[in-house]
Design a protein around this ligand. Structure first.
Ligand code: NAD
Length: 294
Protein backbone atom coordinates (compact mmCIF):
# COMPACT_ATOMS: atom_id res chain seq x y z
CA UNK A 1 0.00 0.00 0.00
CA UNK A 2 1.22 3.49 -0.87
CA UNK A 3 1.93 5.91 1.96
CA UNK A 4 -1.11 7.46 3.61
CA UNK A 5 -2.65 10.79 2.67
CA UNK A 6 -1.46 13.29 5.27
CA UNK A 7 -4.38 15.20 6.81
CA UNK A 8 -3.19 18.81 7.09
CA UNK A 9 -4.60 20.05 10.41
CA UNK A 10 -2.95 23.45 10.05
CA UNK A 11 -4.71 24.17 6.75
CA UNK A 12 -8.04 22.73 7.91
CA UNK A 13 -7.85 24.77 11.15
CA UNK A 14 -7.28 27.89 9.03
CA UNK A 15 -10.47 27.02 7.08
CA UNK A 16 -12.41 26.65 10.36
CA UNK A 17 -11.13 30.06 11.56
CA UNK A 18 -12.06 31.64 8.21
CA UNK A 19 -15.62 30.28 8.58
CA UNK A 20 -15.75 31.65 12.15
CA UNK A 21 -14.62 35.06 10.90
CA UNK A 22 -17.32 34.99 8.19
CA UNK A 23 -19.96 33.98 10.77
CA UNK A 24 -18.85 36.82 13.09
CA UNK A 25 -19.28 39.34 10.23
CA UNK A 26 -22.70 37.91 9.46
CA UNK A 27 -23.83 38.09 13.11
CA UNK A 28 -22.69 41.72 13.28
CA UNK A 29 -24.52 42.63 10.05
CA UNK A 30 -27.70 40.60 10.60
CA UNK A 31 -28.07 40.53 14.37
CA UNK A 32 -26.06 43.57 15.53
CA UNK A 33 -23.66 41.91 17.93
CA UNK A 34 -20.13 40.50 18.05
CA UNK A 35 -19.52 37.32 20.12
CA UNK A 36 -17.10 37.59 23.05
CA UNK A 37 -14.86 34.99 24.72
CA UNK A 38 -13.59 35.37 28.29
CA UNK A 39 -10.50 33.35 29.23
CA UNK A 40 -9.57 33.05 32.89
CA UNK A 41 -6.00 32.17 33.89
CA UNK A 42 -5.11 31.56 37.52
CA UNK A 43 -1.40 31.47 38.31
CA UNK A 44 1.78 31.44 36.27
CA UNK A 45 1.92 27.98 34.61
CA UNK A 46 4.14 28.68 31.55
CA UNK A 47 2.30 26.33 29.15
CA UNK A 48 -1.09 27.74 30.25
CA UNK A 49 0.17 31.31 29.68
CA UNK A 50 1.11 30.42 26.08
CA UNK A 51 -2.29 28.72 25.46
CA UNK A 52 -4.18 31.73 26.86
CA UNK A 53 -2.13 34.16 24.76
CA UNK A 54 -2.77 32.10 21.59
CA UNK A 55 -6.48 31.82 22.36
CA UNK A 56 -6.81 35.58 22.90
CA UNK A 57 -4.87 36.44 19.73
CA UNK A 58 -6.88 34.07 17.55
CA UNK A 59 -10.16 35.30 19.08
CA UNK A 60 -9.32 38.87 18.04
CA UNK A 61 -8.15 37.71 14.58
CA UNK A 62 -11.61 36.27 13.87
CA UNK A 63 -13.20 39.61 14.79
CA UNK A 64 -14.57 38.52 18.17
CA UNK A 65 -14.15 40.25 21.50
CA UNK A 66 -11.54 38.80 23.85
CA UNK A 67 -11.68 39.32 27.62
CA UNK A 68 -8.63 38.11 29.53
CA UNK A 69 -8.74 37.67 33.31
CA UNK A 70 -5.35 36.91 34.86
CA UNK A 71 -5.53 36.13 38.56
CA UNK A 72 -2.68 35.42 41.00
CA UNK A 73 -1.95 31.79 41.98
CA UNK A 74 -3.14 32.46 45.54
CA UNK A 75 -6.65 33.53 44.40
CA UNK A 76 -9.29 32.09 46.74
CA UNK A 77 -11.80 29.62 45.26
CA UNK A 78 -14.64 31.92 46.34
CA UNK A 79 -13.13 34.84 44.40
CA UNK A 80 -12.79 32.70 41.26
CA UNK A 81 -16.40 31.53 41.65
CA UNK A 82 -17.46 35.18 42.02
CA UNK A 83 -15.69 36.04 38.74
CA UNK A 84 -17.37 33.10 36.96
CA UNK A 85 -20.73 34.33 38.30
CA UNK A 86 -20.02 37.84 36.99
CA UNK A 87 -19.05 36.47 33.55
CA UNK A 88 -22.17 34.25 33.52
CA UNK A 89 -24.26 37.41 33.91
CA UNK A 90 -22.30 39.61 31.47
CA UNK A 91 -24.21 39.83 28.15
CA UNK A 92 -21.00 40.76 26.24
CA UNK A 93 -19.45 37.43 27.24
CA UNK A 94 -20.77 34.49 25.19
CA UNK A 95 -18.05 31.97 26.03
CA UNK A 96 -16.18 31.33 29.27
CA UNK A 97 -13.03 29.25 29.44
CA UNK A 98 -11.22 28.62 32.71
CA UNK A 99 -7.73 27.45 31.80
CA UNK A 100 -6.72 24.15 33.44
CA UNK A 101 -4.88 23.10 35.53
CA UNK A 102 -6.04 25.29 38.41
CA UNK A 103 -3.90 25.64 41.56
CA UNK A 104 -4.33 22.70 43.95
CA UNK A 105 -6.31 24.64 46.58
CA UNK A 106 -9.12 25.23 44.06
CA UNK A 107 -11.69 22.52 43.28
CA UNK A 108 -11.65 22.47 39.44
CA UNK A 109 -14.88 20.49 39.16
CA UNK A 110 -16.72 23.02 41.33
CA UNK A 111 -15.47 25.90 39.18
CA UNK A 112 -16.23 24.22 35.83
CA UNK A 113 -19.70 23.24 37.06
CA UNK A 114 -20.36 26.89 38.02
CA UNK A 115 -20.04 28.03 34.38
CA UNK A 116 -23.38 28.64 32.66
CA UNK A 117 -23.73 25.54 30.40
CA UNK A 118 -24.69 27.80 27.48
CA UNK A 119 -21.37 29.67 27.88
CA UNK A 120 -19.31 26.52 28.51
CA UNK A 121 -17.17 26.63 25.33
CA UNK A 122 -14.97 23.77 26.58
CA UNK A 123 -18.06 21.53 26.66
CA UNK A 124 -17.05 20.01 30.01
CA UNK A 125 -20.19 20.91 32.02
CA UNK A 126 -22.31 17.83 32.89
CA UNK A 127 -25.31 19.47 31.18
CA UNK A 128 -23.38 19.64 27.89
CA UNK A 129 -22.10 16.07 28.35
CA UNK A 130 -25.72 14.94 28.74
CA UNK A 131 -26.93 17.02 25.80
CA UNK A 132 -24.20 15.54 23.59
CA UNK A 133 -25.15 11.95 24.46
CA UNK A 134 -28.89 12.50 23.86
CA UNK A 135 -28.19 14.28 20.57
CA UNK A 136 -29.45 17.72 21.67
CA UNK A 137 -27.83 20.97 20.53
CA UNK A 138 -24.82 21.42 22.79
CA UNK A 139 -21.30 22.76 23.19
CA UNK A 140 -18.93 19.86 22.44
CA UNK A 141 -15.32 19.55 23.69
CA UNK A 142 -12.94 21.15 21.19
CA UNK A 143 -10.35 18.40 20.60
CA UNK A 144 -12.86 15.66 19.65
CA UNK A 145 -14.80 18.16 17.51
CA UNK A 146 -11.57 18.99 15.67
CA UNK A 147 -10.70 15.30 15.31
CA UNK A 148 -14.10 14.58 13.76
CA UNK A 149 -13.71 17.45 11.28
CA UNK A 150 -10.30 16.06 10.24
CA UNK A 151 -11.74 12.54 9.72
CA UNK A 152 -14.60 13.99 7.65
CA UNK A 153 -12.17 15.68 5.26
CA UNK A 154 -11.11 12.23 4.03
CA UNK A 155 -14.40 10.35 4.64
CA UNK A 156 -17.34 12.75 4.37
CA UNK A 157 -19.73 9.86 5.17
CA UNK A 158 -18.60 8.00 8.27
CA UNK A 159 -21.83 6.00 8.64
CA UNK A 160 -21.28 2.28 9.05
CA UNK A 161 -17.54 2.51 9.61
CA UNK A 162 -15.98 0.52 12.46
CA UNK A 163 -14.37 3.16 14.69
CA UNK A 164 -12.02 2.40 17.56
CA UNK A 165 -11.29 5.18 20.06
CA UNK A 166 -8.29 4.38 22.27
CA UNK A 167 -8.70 6.28 25.55
CA UNK A 168 -11.77 7.00 27.67
CA UNK A 169 -11.04 10.43 29.18
CA UNK A 170 -13.84 12.93 29.69
CA UNK A 171 -11.94 15.47 27.58
CA UNK A 172 -11.20 13.34 24.51
CA UNK A 173 -12.12 9.64 24.47
CA UNK A 174 -15.71 9.69 25.73
CA UNK A 175 -16.95 12.73 23.75
CA UNK A 176 -15.13 11.38 20.65
CA UNK A 177 -17.03 8.11 21.01
CA UNK A 178 -20.30 10.02 21.31
CA UNK A 179 -19.59 12.14 18.21
CA UNK A 180 -18.73 9.05 16.15
CA UNK A 181 -21.85 7.26 17.35
CA UNK A 182 -23.88 10.29 16.23
CA UNK A 183 -22.25 9.83 12.79
CA UNK A 184 -23.56 6.23 12.81
CA UNK A 185 -20.16 4.59 13.22
CA UNK A 186 -19.97 1.30 15.10
CA UNK A 187 -17.88 2.53 18.00
CA UNK A 188 -15.53 0.60 20.28
CA UNK A 189 -13.89 2.46 23.16
CA UNK A 190 -10.59 0.78 24.08
CA UNK A 191 -8.63 1.62 27.23
CA UNK A 192 -5.87 0.50 29.55
CA UNK A 193 -7.73 -2.71 30.48
CA UNK A 194 -8.70 -3.73 26.93
CA UNK A 195 -7.70 -7.29 26.01
CA UNK A 196 -5.76 -7.77 22.75
CA UNK A 197 -5.67 -4.07 21.84
CA UNK A 198 -3.78 -4.70 18.56
CA UNK A 199 -6.54 -7.14 17.53
CA UNK A 200 -9.26 -4.62 18.44
CA UNK A 201 -7.52 -1.82 16.50
CA UNK A 202 -7.03 -4.09 13.45
CA UNK A 203 -10.83 -4.21 12.99
CA UNK A 204 -11.06 -0.42 12.72
CA UNK A 205 -11.75 1.58 9.57
CA UNK A 206 -11.15 4.68 11.73
CA UNK A 207 -8.75 4.80 14.69
CA UNK A 208 -8.63 7.72 17.12
CA UNK A 209 -5.65 7.48 19.48
CA UNK A 210 -5.92 9.50 22.72
CA UNK A 211 -3.71 7.54 25.07
CA UNK A 212 -0.90 9.84 26.19
CA UNK A 213 1.87 7.28 25.48
CA UNK A 214 4.43 8.29 22.82
CA UNK A 215 4.30 6.26 19.58
CA UNK A 216 2.15 3.60 21.25
CA UNK A 217 0.03 2.47 18.28
CA UNK A 218 2.09 0.46 15.78
CA UNK A 219 1.65 0.15 12.02
CA UNK A 220 0.95 -3.60 12.20
CA UNK A 221 -2.16 -2.80 14.32
CA UNK A 222 -3.64 -0.73 11.50
CA UNK A 223 -6.03 -2.17 8.92
CA UNK A 224 -4.71 -1.30 5.44
CA UNK A 225 -6.41 1.89 4.22
CA UNK A 226 -7.80 2.90 7.65
CA UNK A 227 -8.06 6.53 8.77
CA UNK A 228 -5.78 7.30 11.73
CA UNK A 229 -6.44 10.38 13.88
CA UNK A 230 -3.62 10.89 16.37
CA UNK A 231 -4.69 13.11 19.28
CA UNK A 232 -1.53 12.54 21.33
CA UNK A 233 0.94 15.31 22.04
CA UNK A 234 4.04 13.97 23.79
CA UNK A 235 7.37 15.73 24.23
CA UNK A 236 10.25 13.23 24.02
CA UNK A 237 14.06 13.53 23.92
CA UNK A 238 15.46 13.83 20.39
CA UNK A 239 18.85 12.39 21.26
CA UNK A 240 20.83 15.62 20.77
CA UNK A 241 19.86 17.07 24.14
CA UNK A 242 16.80 18.70 22.58
CA UNK A 243 13.19 17.48 22.54
CA UNK A 244 10.54 16.92 19.87
CA UNK A 245 6.78 16.37 19.77
CA UNK A 246 5.41 12.96 18.83
CA UNK A 247 1.90 11.55 18.81
CA UNK A 248 0.38 8.43 20.35
CA UNK A 249 0.93 6.62 17.02
CA UNK A 250 4.22 5.43 15.61
CA UNK A 251 3.91 7.73 12.62
CA UNK A 252 6.26 6.05 10.12
CA UNK A 253 4.89 2.52 10.51
CA UNK A 254 1.22 3.68 10.70
CA UNK A 255 1.55 5.99 7.67
CA UNK A 256 2.92 3.06 5.64
CA UNK A 257 -0.35 1.13 6.14
CA UNK A 258 -3.11 3.73 6.73
CA UNK A 259 -5.18 5.35 4.00
CA UNK A 260 -4.97 8.74 5.74
CA UNK A 261 -3.26 9.97 8.91
CA UNK A 262 -2.83 13.14 10.96
CA UNK A 263 0.76 14.21 11.68
CA UNK A 264 2.05 15.43 15.06
CA UNK A 265 2.59 18.33 15.19
CA UNK A 266 0.25 19.84 12.60
CA UNK A 267 -2.72 17.48 12.90
CA UNK A 268 -5.26 17.60 15.73
CA UNK A 269 -3.31 20.23 17.73
CA UNK A 270 -4.16 23.29 15.59
CA UNK A 271 -7.83 22.23 15.45
CA UNK A 272 -8.40 22.61 19.19
CA UNK A 273 -8.26 26.43 19.37
CA UNK A 274 -10.06 26.73 16.01
CA UNK A 275 -12.92 24.67 17.48
CA UNK A 276 -12.90 26.81 20.64
CA UNK A 277 -13.59 29.84 18.42
CA UNK A 278 -16.28 27.88 16.55
CA UNK A 279 -17.83 26.98 19.92
CA UNK A 280 -17.87 30.65 20.96
CA UNK A 281 -20.00 31.49 17.90
CA UNK A 282 -22.20 28.45 18.61
CA UNK A 283 -22.57 29.54 22.27
CA UNK A 284 -23.71 33.00 21.14
CA UNK A 285 -26.23 31.43 18.74
CA UNK A 286 -27.58 29.14 21.48
CA UNK A 287 -27.93 32.07 23.92
CA UNK A 288 -29.77 34.18 21.35
CA UNK A 289 -31.85 31.27 20.07
CA UNK A 290 -30.50 31.63 16.52
CA UNK A 291 -30.37 28.44 14.37
CA UNK A 292 -26.94 27.15 13.26
CA UNK A 293 -25.45 29.31 10.48
CA UNK A 294 -25.14 27.44 7.13
P1 NAD B 1 -5.84 10.79 29.83
O1 NAD B 1 -4.55 10.43 30.50
O2 NAD B 1 -6.91 11.48 30.59
O3 NAD B 1 -6.47 9.45 29.23
C1 NAD B 1 -5.69 8.50 28.59
C2 NAD B 1 -6.54 7.28 28.27
O4 NAD B 1 -5.71 6.32 27.66
C3 NAD B 1 -7.18 6.64 29.49
O5 NAD B 1 -8.58 6.60 29.32
C4 NAD B 1 -6.60 5.23 29.55
O6 NAD B 1 -7.58 4.23 29.80
C5 NAD B 1 -6.03 5.05 28.15
N1 NAD B 1 -4.81 4.24 28.24
C6 NAD B 1 -3.75 4.44 29.06
N2 NAD B 1 -2.84 3.46 28.88
C7 NAD B 1 -3.36 2.63 27.95
C8 NAD B 1 -2.91 1.42 27.35
N3 NAD B 1 -1.75 0.86 27.69
N4 NAD B 1 -3.69 0.84 26.43
C9 NAD B 1 -4.88 1.38 26.07
N5 NAD B 1 -5.35 2.53 26.60
C10 NAD B 1 -4.61 3.13 27.53
O7 NAD B 1 -5.43 11.59 28.52
P2 NAD B 1 -6.26 12.62 27.58
O8 NAD B 1 -6.48 13.89 28.30
O9 NAD B 1 -7.43 11.90 26.98
O10 NAD B 1 -5.17 12.86 26.45
C11 NAD B 1 -4.70 11.83 25.61
C12 NAD B 1 -3.60 12.36 24.71
O11 NAD B 1 -4.12 13.41 23.92
C13 NAD B 1 -2.41 12.97 25.45
O12 NAD B 1 -1.24 12.71 24.68
C14 NAD B 1 -2.70 14.45 25.44
O13 NAD B 1 -1.52 15.24 25.48
C15 NAD B 1 -3.37 14.59 24.11
N6 NAD B 1 -4.30 15.73 24.02
C16 NAD B 1 -4.17 16.52 22.92
C17 NAD B 1 -5.02 17.59 22.75
C18 NAD B 1 -4.89 18.43 21.52
O14 NAD B 1 -5.22 19.60 21.53
N7 NAD B 1 -4.42 17.86 20.42
C19 NAD B 1 -6.00 17.88 23.70
C20 NAD B 1 -6.15 17.02 24.80
C21 NAD B 1 -5.28 15.94 24.94
Amino acid sequence: MADAKIIDGKAIAADVRAKVAADVKRLKAEHGFVPGLAVVLVGEDPASKVYVKNKAEQTVETGMLSFEHKLPAETAEADLLALVDKLNKDPAVNGILVQLPLPKHINSEKVLNAIDPDKDVDGFHPVNVGRLWIGARSLVPCTPTGSLILAQTVAPKLAGLDAVVIGRSNIVGKPMASLLLAQSCTVTVAHSRTKDLPGVVRRADLVVAAVGIPEFVKGDWIKPGAIVIDVGINRVPKGDGKTKLVGDCDYASCAAVAGAITPVPGGVGPMTIACLLKNTVEAALIQKNIPALG
